[in-house]
Design a binder for this molecule. Structure first.
Ligand SMILES: Cc1cc2nc3c(=O)[nH]c(=O)nc-3n(C[C@H](O)[C@H](O)[C@H](O)COP(=O)(O)OP(=O)(O)OC[C@H]3O[C@@H](n4cnc5c(N)ncnc54)[C@H](O)[C@@H]3O)c2cc1C
Ligand code: SF4
Ligand code: SF4
Ligand code: SF4
Length: 440
């Protein structure tokens, strides 16, 4: 029998899908559904879409290291340009109720004012200079160009004073200081939940030295440096570090007797790859640099690992140890104590910069959201349970899960899983069929 071909019934459908979370997973769902002719409302609780990937930097050395950050950026740009995707930011899903099978869900979304009309703003930057309080900032320049967001809490108007300098300075009237909160009521044929993750906070464990030792930073801070200054430097003096250490599995794979609720017993799946890419980038930036990686196991790097290691030998040292103490050394150096398993002895080393490869935890309000949407959480606190197809399931009709909200994953896995979710959405909403409906 010839295989059945999946057919999109038309370039346009009357269906609307609600997507919660504008990170790379939610944006991929929105982008691909829009391409299939489905109208999408993308609800993001931050001022901008982009999530964690939108705030990450290119790690290319002499060659592209395939971190996929630029792939994610292209998806965010495509979403912002799509006429089929309605993006609602600073938004909260206040209600989500079933209305029966014909149009199953009714959603209420409330928004806080953002004061800047993004569709009108040209990113000229005039308002940034006009504001005496520094309330306007450019975030995610790769996605939004120079378009700013306003910190409404810092604005003089929030303190009862009168000011409209930014609005008067804007040459295209893109600032509406009288914007009010809104409430949107929508009908949705399906919901895709893609609320992502939160990074592990190393400040909860003094032994990592984070917050107390000047030149200890997290992987996320190293990412921000790559975005803002295109290189990784020491916070204490802005200098390029020569001796750099990465400490892997910070917060992940913690199975010791004194485990705290914040610790995670699972592998975060992304840290080895991002740390090794950053290491190679650092070695590329400076011929004097040497990198040491303290690791438990190196995970998820794929078939290029040996070629990768050969490219950075002998300036990359891999030490299989979990350091137990990170303290301040002389002249803003960082001292790392660890057990050298080969020699069976406790020893130490001194670095100019230590990067903590922090892992991935469920997003902060996952439990409350799960209760509100009546979705189960697994024993680690991520949304959903694995179904027969291998996809995480919400156990609610036409409610789907995508991205790191259901398990830690990198950008490539978030995109491919989001695409699988799109196929499931199209199937369950009757937009894809086996060709019969298209012939009717
Ligand atoms: C330090 C670090 C470095 C990394 N580097 C890389 C790398 O180089 N390459 C790579 O492939 N992966 C990397 N990753 C992994 C990458 O960040 C994830 O794969 C990716 O961000 C997952 O996307 P997501 O959309 O599932 O989640 P997120 O990026 O977390 O996006 C979720 C979105 O949902 C929004 N949201 C949350 N709750 C709500 C709500 N209730 N209502 C509405 N919106 C909500 C959030 O504001 C956010 O915009 C790194 C991770 C870390 C921790
Ligand atoms: S290193 Fe990453 S962001 Fe840079 S070009 Fe390659 S995939 Fe894109
Ligand atoms: S109203 Fe005044 S204080 Fe507020 S953002 Fe504009 S310029 Fe800044
Ligand atoms: S002055 Fe107006 S157009 Fe220019 S960046 Fe500010 S809001 Fe946008």
């Amino acid at each position: 029998m010839a295989p059945q071909r999946l057919t999109i019934m038309s370039g346009s459908s009357s269906k609307r899908v609600l997507v919660l979370g504008g990170g790379v997973a939610g944006s991929t769902v929105a982008d691909r559904l829009a391409c299939a002719g489905v109208d999408v409302t993308l609800v993001e609780n931050q001022p901008l879409i982009g999530g964690h990937a939108g705030a990450m930097g290119c790690k290319a050395a002499e060659v592209c290291l395939r971190c996929n950050v630029c792939v994610a950026v292209d998806i965010f740009k495509s979403v912002l340009q799509s006429s089929r995707v309605q993006v609602i930011t600073r938004a909260h899903l206040a209600a989500f109720e079933s209305r029966g099978l014909a149009s199953p869900y009714r959603a209420v979304v409330t928004t806080k004012p953002g004061f800047i009309k993004m569709e009108r703003c040209t990113g000229c930057g005039v308002c940034l200079k006009a504001c005496p309080q520094g309330c306007l900032r450019v975030l995610l320049p790769a996605v939004y160009g120079g378009k700013p967001v306003m910190d409404a809490d810092a604005c003089l108007r929030s303190k009862g004073k009168s000011c409209a300098l930014c609005a008067k300075a804007c040459p295209v009237n893109a600032i509406d200081l009288d914007e009010k909160p809104h409430q949107h009521t929508l009908e949705a044929d399906a919901l895709v939940v893609a609320v992502g993750y939160q990074p592990f906070d190393p400040a909860i464990d003094a032994s990592f030295g984070y917050g107390s030792v000047a030149n200890v930073i997290t992987g996320l801070e190293a990412e921000r440096q790559l975005v803002q200054q295109r290189r990784i430097t020491r916070p204490s003096d802005g200098a390029a570090p020569r001796r750099i250490a990465f400490i892997q599995c910070v917060g992940s794979r913690s199975e010791h007797a004194h485990r705290r609720p914040e610790d995670m017993d699972y592998c975060s799946a992304v840290c080895c790859a991002y740390a090794l890419r950053m290491a190679r980038r650092l070695l590329h930036e400076s011929e004097d640099a040497a990198v040491t990686v303290f690791y438990m196991d190196l995970q998820n790097f794929g078939k290029d690992f040996n070629a990768f290691l050969n490219a950075v030998k002998p300036r990359l040292t891999l030490i299989r140890a979990r350091p137990y103490e990170v303290t301040a050394g002389p002249q803003d150096t960082v001292s790392v104590r660890y057990e050298d398993q080969a020699q069976g002895a406790v020893t130490g080393a001194v670095f100019d910069l230590v990067v903590l490869a922090i892992g991935i935890r469920p997003a902060p309000d996952t439990l409350a959201l799960a209760e509100r949407l009546r979705i189960p959480v697994d024993e680690q606190g991520f949304l959903g349970v694995k179904g027969a197809t291998g996809l995480a399931e919400s156990q609610r009709p036409r409610v789907f899960l995508a991205g790191a909200c259901e398990a830690p994953k990198d950008i490539a896995s978030s995109i491919s899983q989001a695409e699988s979710v799109c196929a499931a959405v199209l199937g369950e909403c009757g937009i894809f069929d086996d060709g019969q409906a298209a012939r009717r």
